[in-house]
Design a protein around this ligand. Sequence first.
Ligand SMILES: [Zn+2]
Length: 402
Amino acid sequence: MNTLVIDGGTLITPEVVIKGGRVVIGEGTIVAVGALGATDFPAVAEVIRADGLYVCPGFIDLQMNGAAGFDVLDGTEEALTAIARFNISHATTSFLPTLISSPIEKMTAVVKHVRNLQRKSVSGSKILGVHLEGPYISPAQIGAHDPRYVRLPAREEVETLLDYSDIIRVITAAPEVPDVIDMCREFVHRGTVASIGHSNATYDEVLAAVDSGFTMVTHIYSVMSSMMRVGPRKVAGVLEAALLLDELSVGVIGDGFHVPEPFMKLVLKAKGTGKAILVTDAIRATGLTDGKYVLGTNEDERFALVENGVAMTPDRTLYAGSVTTMDVCVRNAVSLGGIELKDAVAMATINPAKLIHMENEVGSLEQGKKADLVILDRELKPVYTIINGEVVFKRGCTQSPV
Ligand SMILES: [Zn+2]
């Protein structure tokens, strides 16, 4: 594999922003990152000029259900490939295909299928593992999930799921549901991130979950308990715990609707930019026009209504995932959160990489890491996407990339 050099752009690294920088890539890995004068490269290298552009690590989406007419739960290679390929035009270089609550046999089969495809390596953005969002959630915070599939963790099925803990990177569950804490302790022991979500837990129940190894809260401000009254007494819920406890990172759906400006500012004030993680929660309708779309699997007959780019349950009382993309999430974090680009990029790159223990491979422009990069214009729109040192997307180029 030839050397690829990205020259002249503004490099967004975790610590500093380097204007007029250079990234040297060889064998799919970042060989050098620095100012133009400080790095050499072989004369035969291919050079991409990035003057006036931003060069960032590729974005990592920890919660993505679908796009381009497909849902991860379709369980086909065609679906997963279409979603992964959709991602590359929106700066996402790796993601966790996310499964909402479904029949447990179906979820297990899809996880197995994704593991096989991951080994085979589909084209498009990398699959870092899967995110199981349910089915062990609270019926009281069901959101757009199907109540028929919400359940308690039966020992047998937990044993089966644990066999896939190598690929289950995140499991969203409600810690107040019986046996969930014990189950998640086992997952955490095997390296999976346990995330509190669709949960009606009290503050004390969240503390117990944190003690048992939970390190994340799924889509903050959505389907979670907040201040409750027991008689005259006030009890904090998942929301307050998420904002308060430093042990917990929070997933932030960055579509601009789930977390409007004051909420975005509040979460950044409470968590800092280091513990906030941008996710899309994108559904099948992402990248398509307004309309009615199947939510989850085809046989479920559950729908999301998309109107003016907002996905809702058919009665329009709740959001049903989003139709956003990671590039939009980063733009929104800057505009709604009032933060620097460097920090918004961290929310989409090094923060999720650290949470799922993959920061040695992906998530930043650093020597020795995989060469997963995006080049953005001044409006933060993707111009190039590079995965393992190969250009997989170039704006305006619909055929095979350069
Ligand atoms: Zn959800």
